[in-house]
Design a protein around this ligand. Structure first.
Ligand code: SF4
Ligand code: SF4
Length: 286
């Protein structure tokens, strides 16, 4: 079983459109949405949730007013000023350090696990999808990414799937690092702009640091043939294959608006290009 990760140095490069296209194209796989802060693969795959589980992470202090002796020690010692004068903990300000629970002479403070989000196993018209939702202002997205990936891997093994195809988080932060472990190929999607090249370079460096094989896709390449050439030259220089280039095409946008993948709802040329991208990527020992 091979794990393919689609990533980009920043959001909005067409990463999810490409992942959705692979969902329609590739048989015998489990799809995963690891962009847990702003999940959107479900908009293209219209999943039916079969299993729903809570994601718990981090802790928040809770004061039992029946036990509290109102000595104010916790208020004075909390360096995040998370405890109010009427002995209530502000769950946003509390960093979960547990210090107050250790200094409270009345043992009135308990640490409670946060319900930080949910994760799901769903059915879609293209097979199973494992995805998640992180609560507003919640942290630990890297931990949720690892959890979702582990669930997808177990499901793929159980169903004897050939691939796990992952819509990765944008950027180069903790969730991206959590997405990269054990990946057979990271497909970096970029656009032909200076910032696109800059962001692609950063994410390629992160992937290479973790020794993950990288290939690159240039989306909307017809918008700047000069920048496309610069990106191709850069890839040649660092020995990264360009698995394909996708032109700007209105039918891609139209498919997205209709909640369809580009394999279902775009012109034949785009479908052929995506098929070639998949087969080029597999030539790279995937
Ligand atoms: S340290 Fe304990 S007893 Fe003192 S005010 Fe805080 S919760 Fe109440
Ligand atoms: S757990 Fe830490 S941050 Fe939260 S209220 Fe207690 S001392 Fe403050």
């Amino acid at each position: 079983m091979k794990q393919i990760l689609v990533i980009s140095g920043k959001g909005g490069t067409g990463k999810t459109i490409l992942t959705g296209a692979f969902a329609a194209l590739v048989k015998n796989k489990v799809m995963v949405d690891c962009d847990v802060d702003a999940a959107d693969l479900h908009l293209l795959l219209s999943p039916t949730v079969k299993e729903r589980k809570d994601f718990r992470s981090g802790k928040t202090a809770f004061i039992d007013k029946n036990k509290c002796a109102q000595c104010r020690k916790c208020i004075e010692l909390c360096r995040y000023e998370a405890i109010s004068d009427d002995f209530i903990v502000d769950s946003i300000a509390c960093e979960g350090c547990s210090f107050c629970s250790h200094v409270c002479p009345a043992e009135a403070i308990k640490m409670r696990e946060n319900e930080s989000g949910e994760w799901y196993i769903s059915d879609t018209r293209f097979g199973p999808l494992v995805h998640a939702r992180l609560g507003i202002a919640e942290e630990n997205s890297g931990k949720l990414v690892s959890l979702v990936r582990q669930q997808a891997k177990e499901l793929a093994e159980k169903q004897n799937c050939e691939y796990v195809i992952i819509d990765g988080p944008p950027g180069i932060g903790c969730p991206v690092i959590a997405s990269l472990s054990g990946i057979n190929c990271a497909l970096v999607v970029t656009e032909p702009t200076l910032s696109g090249l800059h962001d692609a370079k950063r994410v390629i460096e992160v992937a290479q640091h973790f020794k993950v094989p990288v290939q690159l896709i240039i989306n909307k390449y017809t918008l700047s043939l000069d920048m496309t050439k610069q990106i191709e030259d850069y890839c040649k220089e660092i020995n990264i294959p360009v698995a394909g280039k996708i032109p700007f095409d209105r039918t891609i946008v139209e498919a997205m608006v209709e909640g369809k993948t580009v394999i279902e709802n775009s012109n034949g040329n785009i479908k052929e290009i995506i098929k070639n991208i998949w087969s080029n990527m597999r030539k790279g020992d995937i």
